[in-house]
Design a protein around this ligand. Structure first.
Ligand code: NDP
Ligand code: OXD
Length: 314
């Protein structure tokens, strides 16, 4: 019984090495060159591999996405009709909350401004808003959004979140559904996107949405932070909103096209923070432990956890 690792853009080596250590009785194969007989393969661990790598395996029982997002799979036609499992793991969740908190603090504590002053050797303190006066609004209150919200509440921010279905999270003002979207935006100084990319969330954060963020908040204007997916924002609208002051700043980890093209205006905007899709990396040690535990439990008769609903898109 074999397990396939099928990744693009990543080195399969550390994943295979860790999987061999955790499941020494299994035959670990690597797509595309070391697949062996595809009929032997029962499970596939994948990141951005083509659906054809999976459909080639007639006895596949489950597909594990090696990240939390599954748009890389569900965006493809012709996937095999087997359960798809995504990553829900404290290591990845903690990394994301670190990145979101870093960006919220960076904008709230005016770090870009002080960094520019330092380059000019300029010693000028500025008035500093209290965290309790800064309204953070998180799009998506799933595993990652809920954890980031909890950390930000602990730091004293006024936190709200928006999801498809109603939520009850301590200290978080929860909004649900399209009808509540505008009310959520109207109370948000720092807008954080942690939505999955689906047909419903594609292009959601556009100029119309940015215009609905309040301009009378404690930071003097709205900030946008995106660590969900670049397909959920309209990059030209964000660049224009940064230029004309509709947004005072943005932190972007994900982009419509990755890597971000060299000629994107976002690289050179002083109010933009750009990171190369590293907000929450998938750590092979942590994620293989998670997948190996799921395979063992599944073979002992348990249900697979954190299965994706293909109809819902996440
Ligand atoms: P979850 O599936 O746990 O949460 C998704 C949340 O989004 C849920 O609260 C869901 O609502 C909400 N949602 C989905 N569709 C809609 C909609 N149409 N309207 C309103 N709310 C909606 O996902 P995670 O929190 O684990 O991950 C979120 C995303 O983060 C991933 O899909 C991925 O794209 C991104 N990510 C980015 C990384 C990076 O390094 N930049 C790393 C890891 C993930 P409900 O609860 O009601 O269903
Ligand atoms: C993920 C990611 O979805 O890293 O896990 O983007």
């Amino acid at each position: 019984m074999a397990i396939l690792i099928a990744v693009t853009g990543w080195d399969a080596g550390p994943w295979a090495e860790r999987l061999r250590a955790r499941l020494p009785d299994r035959d670990i194969r690597i797509w595309p060159d070391a697949m062996g007989d595809p009929a032997d393969i029962r499970y596939a661990l994948t990141w951005k591999a083509p659906a054809s790598a999976l459909t080639a395996c007639p006895n596949l029982q489950a597909v594990f996405s090696l990240g939390a997002g599954v748009d890389h799979l569900l965006g493809q036609q012709g996937l095999p009709d087997v359960p798809i499992v995504r990553v829900v793991d404290p290591d990845l969740t903690g990394r994301m909350s670190e990145w979101i908190t870093l960006q919220v603090l960076l904008h709230h504590r005016q770090h870009l401004r002080y960094a520019a002053q330092q380059r000019r050797h300029e010693w000028t303190p500025h008035a500093q808003a209290a965290a309790r006066d800064v309204r953070v609004g998180i799009l998506g209150l799933g595993v990652l959004g809920a954890d980031a919200a909890e950390v930000l509440v602990r730091l004293g921010y006024r936190v709200a979140g928006w999801a498809r279905t109603p939520k009850d999270l301590a200290g978080v003002e929860c909004f649900a559904g399209e009808e509540a979207f505008d009310a959520f935006l109207a109370r948000t100084d720092i807008l954080v996107n942690l939505l999955p990319l689906t047909p419903q969330t594609h292009g959601l954060i556009d100029r119309g949405v940015l215009d609905k963020l309040p301009r009378d908040g404690a930071l003097g204007g709205p900030v946008f932070i995106n660590a969900g997916r670049g397909g959920s924002h309209v990059e030209a609208d964000i660049a224009q909103a940064l230029r004309d002051g509709t947004l005072i700043a943005a932190s972007l980890d994900v982009f419509e096209t990755e890597p971000l093209p060299a000629d994107s205006p976002l690289w050179d905007l002083e109010t933009a923070v750009v990171t190369p899709h590293i907000a929450a990396d998938s750590d092979p040690d942590a994620i293989i432990d998670y997948v190996a535990a799921q395979i063992r439990a599944f073979e002992a008769g348990a249900d697979l956890e954190n299965r994706v609903d293909p109809a819902r898109g996440y």
